[in-house]
Design a protein around this ligand. Sequence first.
Ligand SMILES: Cc1cc2nc3c(=O)[nH]c(=O)nc-3n(C[C@H](O)[C@H](O)[C@H](O)COP(=O)(O)O)c2cc1C
Length: 174
Amino acid sequence: MLEDAGAADRALRHVCGLHNAGMKHLLAIYSSQTGRTRTLLEAVRAGVDEFADEVELRVLPALQAGLDDLLWADGLLIGTPENFGYMSGAVKDFLDRVYYPSEGRKLGMAYAVFVSAGNDGSGAIRAIERIAGGCGWNRVAEPLVIKGEPDEAALALCHELGQTLAAGLSCGVF
Ligand SMILES: Cc1cc2nc3c(=O)[nH]c(=O)nc-3n(C[C@H](O)[C@H](O)[C@H](O)COP(=O)(O)O)c2cc1C
């Protein structure tokens, strides 16, 4: 019987350690004009950092990320605002640049997406999922849409997303 959350956490890490001794790599690409997506990403980062011994996180603005970053990654997190019913131009630019050069090389790679939106977010999610499907990536978490200014509940969801991604990567379940 596990007595507390700390014991459960230690048990999970022990099991993960037995299954996978290697460091896993998580790439997070994002863009943000007014800072909301960036704020959400910081909450994700805090969740991932709880697994810092097992998962290395590389956070890059989408315009600065490229093929080498993608090839390095075992998992990809995409954070974007919704712009005109779509992902941001910067995130689209990243996907445009890596699509052909990475074709067939990241099949089954774990990915997740979160969107900062004014009042919708569905168009950005739909577009990213379509492209990710074309790349053969594997969605490992429900897409997260945060509307408006990030509040405590939104930050908690993002923190949980980071934990989920890191735990899954470190255990090798993705
Ligand atoms: C050019 C532009 C287009 C936008 N289009 C949409 C949209 O189609 N749907 C929506 O829900 N919000 C839209 N928004 C609002 C942003 O998605 C929202 O403010 C978001 O939180 C901004 O995130 P950021 O601070 O990371 O840039 C738009 C904002 C801008 C600047």
